[in-house]
Design a protein around this ligand. Structure first.
Ligand code: BTN
Length: 246
């Protein structure tokens, strides 16, 4: 992983470049990194602010020999790898907010966007986009996210080398990916749950039609949120948003 790194000063989105590179046959482990994205994309059609030199904006092409139904496990893997790398800083205690945001002091520092191309039940490639806020001062964060977002600089008081973080991430990713292929998802699931934000506590769950309070019990093998329905029956949710009590 990371043997081939494509670096761009400015792109629309590293995801767009990644899809193109993957279609043209880029090998497993190819990385696309940009200093700046003018059209950074988040989940649910949201945009992702990606100013020059302020964060790690990269996409990773994977070609794993796993069924398409297991693709979400790789997103969870990516979140645990990122949490592990951030956990090495003494002053940072990262949490993973389901499904795959990284929180520090209850504010979002990183997000992951996974897109997959599959044909006849076979994965052509998975593109994992990771955005990590690194060197923004509070005033650099965009108005609409200021109250909910943070950066490593805000949390540690130091400017950090994005290049070093990328290096550490790639090394950790490779080790974790190899381990996943050898040992399966269980170790990752356990690690994910050890970082899980509000694990074992009550949270507020919001789906497209309802909003209720229920315990966050863990994640399933396909990355679903394990919780209880409004009637108190065990359920797994694939698409929902969570909120919490302070
Ligand atoms: C989210 O939390 O909604 C996911 C954000 C993902 C942002 C990253 S930055 C690198 C890659 N390129 C993009 O356009 N998006 C992802």
């Amino acid at each position: 992983i990371g043997k081939k790194i494509i670096h761009h000063p400015t792109v629309d989105s590293t995801q767009a470049i990644g899809h193109q590179a993957a279609r043209e046959g880029a090998p497993h482990g190819t990385i696309i990194v940009a200093d700046e994205q003018t059209g950074g994309r988040g989940r649910m059609n949201r945009s992702w602010h990606s100013a020059k030199g302020q964060g790690m904006w990269l996409s990773l092409i994977l070609r794993p020999k796993i069924p398409p139904t297991h693709a979400s496990q790789l997103t969870l893997l990516a979140a645990t790898v990122l949490a592990d790398v951030l956990d090495r800083y003494d002053t940072i205690q990262p949490f993973i907010k389901w499904p795959n945001d990284i929180l520090i002091n209850e504010k979002k520092t990183a997000g992951i966007l996974t897109e997959m191309q599959a044909e006849q039940d076979q994965i052509q490639y998975i593109l994992i986009g990771i955005g990590l806020n690194v060197n923004q001062a509070r005033d650099d964060l965009h108005q609409d996210i200021q109250s909910k977002a943070t950066s490593l600089r805000i949390e540690t008081g130091n400017e950090l080398s994005i290049k070093n973080i990328i290096q550490e991430l790639l090394i950790a990713f490779e080790a974790s990916f190899d381990n996943y292929i050898a040992q399966g998802f269980l170790p990752i699931k356990k690690k994910w749950e050890s970082y899980g934000f509000k694990m074992g506590e009550d949270i507020i769950i919001k789906t497209f039609k309802d909003r209720w309070r229920a315990p966050f019990l863990g994640i399933s093998d396909d990355g679903a949120l394990c919780t209880e329905s409004m009637e108190g029956k065990p359920i797994s949710l694939y698409s929902a948003e969570i909120e919490w009590f302070d």
